[in-house]
Ligand binder design. Structure first.
Ligand code: DAH
Length: 339
């Protein structure tokens, strides 16, 4: 009998109930009329007289312990909230606010989608680059001012490792690995050591396009540019190419579009010229092709590159470039319907 009581004492110590039903089953098992404790009580009369005192005390202890343990479990269940009626299930839900696409992403996607329709596909490269891919392979002379500390962020005082200053570096990465035909778009973030103001930031975004094949001509470039401009700014848009210079293209040009605000008549936005500049472009310099192991006697190509912030400003007239990186939802929410 003593042994049985000890076993039950240990057992009661460890009982657990996950819900009200389990708890009731335990109560019945130990404390009901036909439960373990009552059965032992019934047997009490068979206990030899000299043990009665000890066994009696133990039985009382068991009864109290079982009762206390079951009370504890009951309290725990009630507090766990499984029977919590403080929630009003009929109340309407809070609206979950959706994020909106960032204006720069909207415009970048738009540019990429237009170029994809011309057969271009996306290529990506690292933002931490080496001198070769950002400058040397792109035909920058050793003393070109763009390598200067003013413009380029160098990493760990190592003149070899830089944050890319343009996405033209991705052209090199692709051309080193792949022979023509090549038709790629390289969207991405670039870095320049500029003082931050409403019109310049130390990082911004570019989309670059590169097409290399046999017999690619300036006329192909011009046609692609006209298509891009009309798709981006509307069918009335006109383009104008001005001769320019980039180390990696020859000949090089900058493209203006007819001012999308005054339609070309002249306004303060286009400084009364009727034109606004949107990108740089040109025929890939043969040196660049040769640097990448592409035979410049067989292949030719064009490249173009533009700043996403600039195009976004033109489309949405954002006056302060810093707005793009402040994450102010009052600004970002305004583009809710633009995507
Ligand atoms: N990489 C030039 C820049 O960052 C932009 C550019 C100009 C890209 C002409 C080109 C190009 O591909 O042909 O200013």
């Amino acid at each position: 009998m003593i042994e049985k009581i000890n076993t039950l004492l240990a057992e009661v110590e460890n009982i657990k109930a996950g819900n009200v039903e389990e708890l009731e089953a335990l109560r019945i098992k130990y404390l009901s009329k036909k439960g373990e404790v009552s059965m032992l009580m019934n047997d009490f009369r068979n206990v030899p007289a000299e043990q009665k005192r000890e066994v009696g005390m133990m039985l009382n202890q068991l009864k109290e312990k079982a009762q206390a343990r079951i009370n504890d479990l009951k309290e725990a269940l009630e507090n766990s909230g499984s029977v919590d009626d403080s929630i009003d299930l009929t109340r309407t839900a809070y609206p979950v606010p959706f994020g909106t696409r960032h204006p720069l992403s909207i415009v970048k996607n738009e540019i990429c989608d237009i170029l994809k329709r011309l057969g271009f596909s996306i290529a990506e490269g690292p933002e931490i680059e080496d001198d070769w891919h950002v400058f040397s392979a792109l035909n920058f002379a050793d003393d070109h001012p763009a390598r200067d500390m003013q413009d380029t962020f160098f990493i760990a005082r190592n003149p070899e490792t830089v944050l890319r200053t343009h996405t033209s570096s991705v052209q090199i990465r692709v051309m080193e690995k792949q022979q023509p035909p090549i038709r790629i778009i390289c969207p991405g973030r670039v870095y320049r050591n500029e003082a931050i103001s409403y019109r310049a930031h130390c990082f911004f975004h570019q989309v670059e396009a590169l097409y290399i094949d046999k017999d690619v001509s300036f006329a192909d470039l011009k046609q692609a540019l006209l298509f891009l401009a009309k798709e981006l700014f509307g069918p009335e848009t006109k383009i104008r190419l001005r001769p320019s210079y980039f180390p990696f293209t020859e000949p090089s040009a900058e493209m203006d579009i007819s001012c999308n605000i005054c339609g070309g008549k002249g306004c303060p936005f286009c400084k009364h010229t009727g034109w606004v500049e949107i990108l740089g472009c040109g025929m890939v310099d043969p040196n660049v092709l040769d640097n990448c192991g592409i035979d410049s006697k067989v292949y030719s190509g064009y490249a173009l590159g533009m700043g996403v912030e600039r195009i976004t400003n033109l489309k949405y007239r954002v006056k302060d470039l810093r707005m793009f990186s402040e994450n102010d939802t009052r600004f970002l929410e305004q583009f809710e319907n633009a995507q």
